[in-house]
Design a binder for this molecule. Structure first.
Ligand SMILES: *Cc1c(COP(=O)(O)O)cnc(C)c1O
Length: 225
């Protein structure tokens, strides 16, 4: 096993633990999703050998070729934009979808899922034009629609804020997602315990703002080209 990976994992774990402590949260309240996109199956195998079980991929096609070459018993999460015509394939590959960005996609997942499918609704809280994600005012109706579905279950919200080299600048977006979640919980009476937010460079701020899933690629596996 490479010492490089072990060291990276220890460092990420220490950062998560420190952020939890600072925020007065238990370490158990935050899950580490190892983002393995662009990495070969060997990288996943190594991470799994270190005890990681939760992996994130952003493209269905890449996941389709990679997952069969990875150890069994891992949990795969889709974190990237999904076209409705790939929903059928996605429900066979992934145990959870963090990136449901339209009602149409939710309906496609519902149509193809055989089992209960936990999903998160991706919200564009910053209003940045180039980002996928629903508008904050579309989320409530999507949750109401999901509440009538048999397979898809909305467990919470996800966001990808605009990149800023200064993580403090991102805090406002994480905080906006949490406040939106709090409001939607009240309005719809639907429990929304999960917040998927925070990546390599801003996981601390995300945890302080209530993240329950940090999605970490670069700081575990090295930089992507
Ligand atoms: C690539 C990716 C990540 C991981 O980002 P890093 O900065 O490499 O940790 C997290 N979330 C999503 C949606 C991604 O596409």
């Amino acid at each position: 096993m490479s010492e490089v990976f072990t060291e990276c994992l220890e460092k990420v774990e220490r950062r998560i633990a420190a952020a939890c402590e600072k925020a007065g949260r238990s370490r158990d309240s935050v899950r580490l999703l190892a983002v393995s996109k662009t990495r070969p199956p060997e990288a996943v195998r190594e991470a799994a050998a270190c005890g990681l079980r939760l992996f994130g991929e952003n493209r269905v096609q890449e996941a389709q070729s990679k997952i069969p070459l990875c150890p069994a018993g891992l949990e795969w999460h889709l974190i990237g934009h999904l076209q409705t015509n790939k929903a059928k394939l996605a429900v066979r590959l992934f145990q959870m979808v963090h990136s449901v960005d339209s009602l149409k996609l939710l309906q496609a997942l519902e149509a193809h899922a055989d089992l209960t499918l936990p999903v998160l609704l991706q919200v564009n809280v910053s209003g940045e034009a180039a980002k996928f994600g629903m508008k904050p005012d579309e989320v409530s109706a999507t949750i109401e629609a999901a509440n009538q579905m048999k397979k898809c279950e909305v467990h919470g919200l996800m966001t990808i804020p605009p990149f800023s080299p200064d993580p403090e600048k991102t805090r406002v977006h994480f905080s906006a997602l949490r406040q939106l979640r709090d409001r939607l919980q009240e309005e719809t009476g639907t429990p929304l315990p999960e917040l998927s937010m925070g990546m390599s460079h801003d996981l601390e701020v995300a945890i302080e703002e209530g993240s329950t899933w940090v999605r970490i690629g670069t700081d575990l596996f090295g930089s992507r080209n």
